[in-house]
Design a protein around this ligand. Structure first.
Ligand SMILES: [Zn+2]
Length: 153
């Protein structure tokens, strides 16, 4: 006997029993540059560990192309400018890009004014690089942990 936990289940198309959202954050080395702006370039070990954009993301895109999967990539605007080849590959694969901070700054640690400082250039640069509006926003940290207001657009 099947245990029914939901009285009003969502009627998914084609007999599907659930929906799954797969998303990735492409933060690459943004956090190093945020936390260590003067020496991030020389932190070779950390940089090599964080360069998954060169290996992992292209492989993930191949897997998605093979299975016909589309997904949202959450991408700090600074990373999109620094590594534009991935932006092209993501968009060519039919995926969408959502905002993920400018330099992966944590909005919970920022005042409203500082959040606005980061938000406006983030949106502007995403539009410039992708020729599209951001498809959403995933904060670089869980919203509200700091108890303050987290700005959205
Ligand atoms: Zn992130």
């Amino acid at each position: 006997m099947t245990l029914k936990l939901i009285d009003n289940p969502v009627p998914w198309p084609d007999g599907a029993r659930c929906a799954v959202a797969i998303t990735f954050d492409i933060d690459t080395d943004s956090i190093l540059h945020l936390d260590f702006p003067d020496k991030a370039e020389n932190m070779l070990s950390a940089n090599s560990f964080l360069k998954y954009d060169e290996v992992a993301i292209p492989r993930i895109l191949k897997v998605y192309a093979h299975y016909g999967i589309k997904q949202t990539f959450f991408y700090p605007a600074w990373c999109m400018e620094r590594y534009p080849h991935l932006v092209d590959a993501i968009l060519e694969g039919g995926h969408e890009i959502a905002a993920h901070g400018y330099l992966h700054e944590n909005p919970n640690d920022e005042s409203r004014d500082r959040q606005e400082y980061w938000l406006h250039p983030q949106v502007h640069r995403i539009k410039r690089v992708t020729a599209q509006d951001p498809r959403g926003r995933g904060g670089p940290a869980a919203p509200g942990r700091g108890g303050g207001v987290v700005l959205c657009f």
